[in-house]
Design a protein around this ligand. Structure first.
Ligand SMILES: Cc1cc2nc3c(=O)[nH]c(=O)nc-3n(C[C@H](O)[C@H](O)[C@H](O)COP(=O)(O)OP(=O)(O)OC[C@H]3O[C@@H](n4cnc5c(N)ncnc54)[C@H](O)[C@@H]3O)c2cc1C
Length: 405
C-alpha cells in the first residue's frame, strides 16, 4: 500500500528546500552557467542539506534496493531516504540543475563503494567526505569512447603485477572526473569475457599514470565538469580493487555497475521534473502577465490547453519518480520503475522547456533568460545514465521477464 500524500516532515522539508533554492540557488544560476563556478560555502551547505536528510555519507546515491550489505536498510526505510532525496533533488534542480551535480560528496562513485567495497575500503574512501570544510568529490567512470550503453565493450585494461594492477585506457564524459579525489573505474582483465572480465577500482587523484584529460565544453549543464580520464600504465595497489579478487568470482563486477543505475536513475528523473516544473512556471507566469488582457481570448485558450497538458505530464513524471523511490525505500527491486521514471521525466523536461520557449516567442531565446538555460540543460537527461532508447530496452526486458518470456 502506498500513499504519496507527503507527511508533515516531508512537506516541511519540501518547503524549506524550495525556499533555499529560490533564495540561494536560482539567483546565481545564470552566473554559474557563464563562469562554471559556485561559491564553496553554498556547495558545503548543499552537502549538509543532503547528508542531514538521511543520505548516509557512505551512499551518495539512494538506498540500496537489492543490497544485502546495506547495514541500515531498516533505518533508511523508516526515514524514507529516497523520497526525501527525490524531494530535495527536484527542488534544487528547479533552482539550477547544475547545482545538484555539484553537490560535494562521493557522487555516483558512492553506491559501488557501498555495495562492493570491504568495510576497510568503505572507511578509507568515504572518510574524506566526513566533516568537509571545502567541497570534495568522488566520481564514477564507466563510459569510454565506444562503450557506454554497451558497457560490456569497455577496453580499459587491468593486468595484475605483484601486489599492483597496471591500468591502461581512456574514460570519457565523466562528471566531476578531473576534480574528484577518486574515481570508481571499470576495467577488464580480458575484453573477450564481456562483463565477466570486469574489475572495479577506486583510483585516487595523483596515482602514477592517472592523467587528467580534456574537460568538455557542452551545450547545457555548463557548470558541471564533464571530463576525460587517461590511464597510462597506471599503477594501482590491489587494496583499491573493490571487494578484492574473490568478489569477481560470482560476476559481481557488472552487477555493481547496474545497482548504481537502479539507485540513481530516480534522482536523475527528479532533476528532470525540477527542470520541467521550472519551465512550466515560467511559461504560466508569462501567459498570465502577457496574454490575458492584451491578446485575443481564443489564443489564450489554446495556450491554457498546452499549459494544462504540461501540468498533467509533470505530475505524472513526479508520481513515477516517487514510486521508484518508494520501492527503493521499501527494499523492493525497482529496476523497471527506475527506467520508467528516467525515460518519461526526461521527455517531459524536453517538452516543457520547448513549450516554455515557444510560448514566450522571441523572449524565450534570449541569452539572459533562465528558460533559455533550461532548454539547453534538459537535453542531456535523455542521454546520461542510460539513453532513452536504452531505458526502453530495460523496461521491455522486465515486461517479458514478468510473464516468464
Ligand atoms: C553530461 C554528461 C555526463 C556524463 N557523466 C558520466 C559519468 O559520470 N560517468 C560515466 O561513466 N558516464 C557518464 N556519461 C556518459 C553517458 O552515460 C553515456 O554517454 C550514455 O550512457 C550513452 O552511451 P554512449 O556514450 O555509449 O552512447 P551510444 O550508446 O553510442 O549512443 C548513441 C545513440 O545510440 C543509441 N543506442 C545505443 N544503444 C542502442 C540500442 N541497443 N538500441 C537502440 N539505440 C541505441 C543511443 O540511445 C543514442 O541515441 C555522461 C555523459 C554526459 C553527456
Amino acid at each position: 500500500m502506498f500513499d504519496f500524500t507527503l507527511t508533515d516532515k516531508q512537506k516541511m522539508f519540501q518547503e524549506m528546500t524550495r525556499e533555499f533554492s529560490r533564495s540561494m540557488v536560482r539567483p546565481i544560476a545564470l552566473e554559474a552557467d557563464r563562469t562554471g563556478k559556485y561559491p564553496d560555502d553554498l556547495l558545503i551547505t548543499l552537502h549538509q542539506a543532503q547528508a542531514g536528510q538521511g543520505r548516509d555519507i557512505r551512499d551518495s546515491g539512494v538506498t540500496a534496493n537489492t543490497s544485502e550489505n546495506a547495514p541500515d536498510a531498516e533505518e533508511k526505510r523508516k526515514r524514507q531516504t529516497n523520497m526525501l532525496l527525490a524531494i530535495l533533488t527536484e527542488e534544487l534542480s528547479w533552482g539550477d540543475p547544475c547545482a545538484v551535480l555539484n553537490i560535494p560528496g562521493p557522487g555516483l562513485g558512492g553506491p559501488p563503494v557501498q555495495f562492493m567495497g570491504t568495510p576497510e575500503q568503505r572507511e578509507r574512501f568515504f572518510a574524506p567526505f566526513k566533516n568537509m570544510s571545502k567541497p570534495l568529490f568522488g566520481a564514477y567512470a564507466l563510459t569510454e569512447p565506444g562503450a557506454g550503453s554497451d558497457s560490456k565493450a569497455i577496453r580499459t585494461s587491468c593486468r595484475k603485477d605483484g601486489d599492483h594492477y597496471i591500468i591502461n585506457g581512456t574514460k570519457c564524459f565523466i562528471t566531476n572526473g578531473n576534480k574528484a579525489l577518486w574515481n570508481v573505474v571499470f576495467a577488464t582483465v580480458d575484453p573477450k569475457l564481456g562483463r565477466d572480465g570486469f574489475r572495479v577500482f577506486v583510483i585516487e587523484k595523483g596515482t602514477p599514470g592517472f592523467l587528467e584529460g580534456k574537460v568538455e565544453k557542452k551545450m547545457g549543464l555548463r557548470a558541471s565538469e564533464t571530463a576525460e580520464l587517461v590511464f597510462e600504465d597506471c599503477l594501482v595497489h590491489e587494496s583499491c580493487l573493490l571487494g578484492g579478487e574473490k568478489h569477481y568470482e560470482t560476476k559481481e563486477g557488472f552487477k555493481g555497475a547496474m545497482k548504481t543505475f537502479d539507485s540513481t536513475r530516480p534522482l536523475v528523473a527528479a532533476m528532470a521534473v525540477g527542470i520541467a516544473r521550472a519551465a512550466f512556471e515560467i511559461a504560466r507566469d508569462w501567459v498570465k502577465e502577457n496574454y490575458t488582457l492584451s491578446r485575443p481570448i481564443e489564443r489564450y485558450r489554446t495556450l491554457s490547453d498546452r499549459l494544462s497538458k504540461l501540468d498533467r505530464e509533470i505530475h505524472a513524471a513526479r508520481m513515477l519518480t516517487w514510486r521508484a523511490c518508494w520501492l527503493a525505500d521499501e527494499g523492493i527491486p525497482n529496476s523497471k520503475e527506475a527506467s520508467m521514471c528516467k525515460v518519461y521525466a526526461a521527455q517531459v523536461a524536453q517538452r516543457a522547456t520547448e513549450e516554455a520557449v515557444q510560448i514566450m516567442g522571441p523572449y524565450g531565446v534570449l541569452k539572459n533568460h533562465f528558460v533559455e538555460k533550461l532548454f539547453r540543460d534538459q537535453k542531456v537527461y535523455d542521454i546520461f545514465e542510460g539513453t532513452g532508447q536504452v531505458q526502453r530496452i530495460v523496461i521491455s526486458r522486465r515486461i517479458y521477464e514478468s510473464i516468464g518470456g
